[in-house]
Design a protein around this ligand. Structure first.
Ligand code: SF4
Length: 495
């Protein structure tokens, strides 16, 4: 097996992860979204422009061709080569940016992340190991990553957008470690029978392992890894002591919140409904009542003025509202045009759609509030009405966060994605799986980001699906609110 920088990093995280990837193609897995984000293609392409003139080694299925192409380009005395490819023994690597200045070399590894991570140093240390063993004299080794504080004003300023961190000393300090790791990886990969899994923090750090479900498949169904909110380090500590079944965990000194989840699921307890607390929450609401939900997307490389990398950019909202008791449920919505900065038109529509001083419900309001606050600081002329909305937002999540309403099916979560099916298990109109194309916030984010690249007809279909998805979000909130009203009338308080 030829090792690459990503395979090396996989094995440094957990040898078995690489073993499974190489030997069990039958196990389907998804790469973690954080890992995809860290290695963003768009950012990689743009970072090349930090160096004015550069030659590219084209990607090729045959790595030998890439290595040969690199050799040809490196015949020049001074040159910048991107995706420069090398092989030493069984170790292959493509260097994002390879700068040759006479006999000395600088290497740059580009990441879409906004902070320097240890795994990036492993990645670069492996490349430096390969290059050093091929006789290159490395003068400088750097990680290039995104400056999260950069705000675009006019033309993109690459030197401000990217942070170039010199990590030469750190990667040279790791060279003995790389050598030892490579030896261990070679031994481990020669094992023919599937090795035992060693569940530990490495299953979630630096990236969630895609084989976690597979490696935990023999644990009892109700096990410690199903407990919501508990720290991973605590879970692995219990697991390593052989305490992982709910029955065993209940004998431990454990927080009441986790105990509650386990007891409900083990003993199928009836819903716990604190009628007085729910009523107190409902008393804080008043008509006309608005239900608001935003959809946002992010850009690693800001396209518009006033945007920071990965800032939440609102492009859509749904708004259900009821003006008074027993009045009809009404609906308004907004979805920005594709390919333009959506913030101004969204802010204008929002202040038009939500009257002054009305009660606005959001689910997990910190998100909606932060979006509105950002808009208010961006558009001073709309600050007053936007901050009026901000100040009147209440959080529908509170009764579930406080577990004033708790059922077995919530599985320790207060997220609407758990609360909704727990409260309405058989209502197809509230089932996100019945939607087409867009079933969750991340799908909404990615289809909207790609909208401008579609033909008119395709755009129309995507827009319809985005509207249906967002509408369901606020309709679900209305149903949850109605449910809270209903239970305060009809249920017994269970202490
Ligand atoms: S789940 Fe854990 S033990 Fe299994 S392969 Fe992944 S990191 Fe290794």
């Amino acid at each position: 097996m030829k090792l690459s920088k990503s395979k090396y990093c996989d094995a440094v995280q957990c040898n078995k992860m690489l073993w499974l990837k190489e030997n069990r193609p039958d196990i389907k897995f998804e790469v973690s979204s954080q890992s995809i984000l860290d290695n963003g293609v768009e950012v990689g392409l743009l970072a090349k422009d930090l160096f004015l003139e550069h030659e590219d080694v084209a990607f090729h299925g045959d790595l030998k061709v890439m290595v040969e192409d690199t050799k040809k380009l490196l015949r020049k005395e001074n040159v910048v080569v991107t995706e420069a490819s090398f092989v030493y023994e069984e170790n292959f690597c493509s260097v994002d940016i390879f700068v040759k200045k006479g006999k000395q070399v600088e290497v740059y590894e580009v990441k879409s992340a906004t902070e320097l991570k240890d795994v990036f140093l492993d990645d670069l240390s492996y490349q430096v190991y390969v290059l050093s063993n091929l006789g290159y004299s490395i003068k400088k080794a750097c990680i290039v990553y995104i400056n999260k504080n950069y705000v675009r004003r006019g033309e993109l300023q690459l030197k401000e957008l990217f942070i170039i961190e010199d990590v030469t000393k750190s990667v040279f300090d790791r060279q003995t470690q790389v050598k030892e790791n490579l030896l261990k990886i070679k031994q481990y990969m020669s094992i023919s029978k599937e090795p035992e899994s060693v569940l530990d923090n490495h299953c979630v750090q630096p990236y969630p392992c895609p084989f976690f479900e597979y490696c935990t498949r023999n644990l009892p169904e109700k096990n410690i890894f199903k407990i919501r909110g508990m720290r991973n380090s605590t879970k692995f500590k219990f697991y390593q002591q052989g305490i992982y079944a709910y029955e065993d965990l209940l004998k431990q000194n454990i927080s009441p919140r986790y105990r509650k989840q386990m007891e409900f699921e083990l003993f199928h307890l009836v819903p716990s409904i604190q009628k007085d607390a729910i009523q107190t929450f409902l008393n804080t609401l008043s008509y006309p009542l608005y239900f608001l939900d935003f959809e946002t997307f992010q850009q690693a490389i800001p396209k518009y003025d006033g945007i920071r990398p990965y800032m939440q950019i609102p492009f859509q909202y749904s708004l259900h509202y009821i003006v008074g008791e027993n009045q009809k449920l009404e609906h308004k919505e907004f979805l920005a045009e594709a390919g333009v900065d959506p913030r101004r038109s969204l802010a204008e529509a929002l202040v038009r759609d939500i009257p002054e001083n009305v009660c606005v419900l959001a689910y997990n309001m910190s998100f909606e509030k932060s979006v509105i606050k950002n808009l208010a600081s961006l558009f001073p002329d709309l600050e007053k009405p936007l901050m009026n909305i901000y100040e009147h937002i209440k959080d529908l999540m509170i009764p579930f966060y406080n577990q004033d309403y708790y059922t077995e099916e919530m599985h320790g979560s207060y997220s609407i994605k758990y609360v909704l099916p727990a409260l309405f298990p058989n209502d197809p109109s509230l089932n996100y799986h019945h939607l087409e194309m867009v079933h969750n916030g991340s799908e909404a984010m990615s289809v909207y980001a790609n909208l401008e690249n579609l033909k008119e007809e395709e755009q129309k279909i995507v827009r319809e699906n985005l509207l249906k998805y967002c509408e369901l979000d606020t309709y679900a909130m209305v149903k949850i609110w109605e449910k809270l009203k209903e239970v305060t009338k009809s249920y017994q308080t269970i202490q």
